[in-house]
Design a protein around this ligand. Structure first.
Ligand SMILES: Cc1ncc(COP(=O)(O)O)c(C=O)c1O
Length: 417
């Protein structure tokens, strides 16, 4: 194995948590990508240069060819993501980052946030306890377990939705938690952290030498306050995972990104891992996202808010408002941090109305059995007694129709109680 220079707290910590086999993956220099990268560069300026390094069939149906992309993603897209992130989360000049914020060396494109999370967990979770901040996306446990890790649910908020950082620190110490997986704006509740809380969490991570994996897939969709990234608070301990799935409505394109202030992590370790996970992310999806981000970054550069996300957010806010009024009208109460309106993301977590003697799973079962509506039982996110209504996939007409359908299911339970 080549010697790795562990030049930052992030690299040191991740290296210390990695299984031996993965150390070999990130320390090796794969031969084929290096040859292909050099050959591509030469071929661009030397038409007579002959390439026999490519693992694909070319020249029979040239218009149908889709080339393998680089494991780290298309260079232009990495650059666009870095610029978008720098503008959107005001990363220029933040301590621990370069004076210019992020650039393409800090971004690795992955096949959706799901692959990004899987790779990171393979690096840090093997035979370790990963603190899963409740509430959590239901897929996290499987992702951590697949990597040989142990998900430990940690209640972040007390009953008043305050964070007791002393208690959290004790839990981290006593349970030997080496990394925390957080998600704000949160699926299912839409909750966000305050700046002070993010800063306190950053201090705690430094004190306990803990890695924060920050899932920021809904980051720009905030209905209150400015969008923030954990990268601005704990650049030396944070790995951000995000995605075009939610904000740009293209989950089927399978394009996500892993962002880190550490160039070795994002620019070298990640692509080596991606290479053995999925070879490279979907080139067609990356092109779609690059077309979108070119416009969004252009808007930022001209001092305007990004037009597509602004439009998306405006419509989502309206759907959220409508959904909330339907739910409140039927006796549901918001179960998130903000009692009046979710702070962000694309779903509402609501407590079943008083007097409904059914658990959340039974309620959803019945709604489906009666062919009225679907929702996700809150218990799969660590919120029993609640339902998660995702309004992003529901045009306003559907949300209005939900009202009568909810009534039928509520009547069923009231009649049978
Ligand atoms: C919090 C959270 N993270 C990640 C994902 C998955 O994102 P992707 O489609 O980019 O894999 C989801 C999807 O529901 C999610 O809610």
């Amino acid at each position: 194995m080549e010697k790795q220079e562990l030049t930052s707290p992030l690299l040191k910590k991740i290296w210390s948590l990695m299984p031996e086999g993965i150390r070999q993956t990130v320390a090796s220099e794969p031969v084929i990508p290096a040859i292909a990268a050099r050959a591509k560069k030469i071929a661009a300026s030397r038409p007579d240069f002959v390439r026999s390094d490519q693992g694909q069939v070319v020249g029979i149906f040239p218009e149908k060819e889709i080339f393998y992309g680089p494991s780290s993603g298309l260079e232009e897209l990495r650059d666009l993501v870095a610029r978008f992130w720098t503008y959107a989360y005001k990363l220029k000049g933040k301590p621990g980052l370069s004076p210019f914020g992020l650039d393409k060396r800090h971004v690795a494109i992955v096949s959706g946030a799901t692959e990004g999370l899987s790779i990171i967990m393979h690096l840090i979770a093997f035979r370790r306890n990963v603190g899963l901040m409740s509430l959590y996306w239901s897929n996290y446990k499987g992702i951590i377990r697949n990597a040989g890790g142990n998900p430990l649910v940690v209640e972040l908020f007390d009953r008043d939705y305050r964070i007791d950082f002393k208690k959290l620190e004790r839990t981290i110490k006593e349970k030997e938690i080496s990394s925390l997986l957080i998600n704000f704006p949160n699926n299912p509740s839409g909750d966000v952290l305050t700046e002070q809380e993010m800063s306190d969490l950053a201090d705690l991570a430094e004190r306990r030498d803990v890695i924060i994996v920050s899932d920021e897939v809904y980051n720009f969709i905030r209905y209150q306050g400015e969008p923030q990234s954990m990268l601005a608070f704990a650049p030396e301990r944070t790995v951000v995972v995000s995605s075009a799935s939610k904000e740009y409505l293209i989950p089927g394109a399978r394009v996500g990104y892993v962002i880190s202030a550490d160039e070795t992590f994002a620019g070298s370790w990640m692509p080596k891992m991606i290479r053995s996970f999925s070879s490279s992310p979907n080139v067609l999806g990356q092109r779609v996202l690059a077309d979108i981000l070119r416009k969004e970054v252009g808007d930022f550069e001209e001092g305007r808010p990004p037009r597509i996300l602004t439009e998306v957010k405006k419509e989502l806010r309206e759907r959220c408002r409508l959904m909330l009024s339907v739910l409140k009208d039927k006796g549901f109460v918001l179960a998130g941090r903000d009692p009046d309106f979710p702070s962000g993301a694309i779903s509402i977590l609501a407590r079943l109305p008083a007097g409904i003697e059914a658990d959340d799973r039974a309620f959803v079962e019945k709604a489906i059995e009666l062919e009225k509506f679907s929702a996700i039982p809150g218990s799969v996110f660590g919120a029993p007694g609640c339902l998660r209504f995702g309004y992003a996939g529901m045009p306003r007409g559907d949300i209005e129709r939900l009202s009568g359908h909810l009534q039928v299911v509520l009547d069923h339970f009231r009649k049978n109680s």
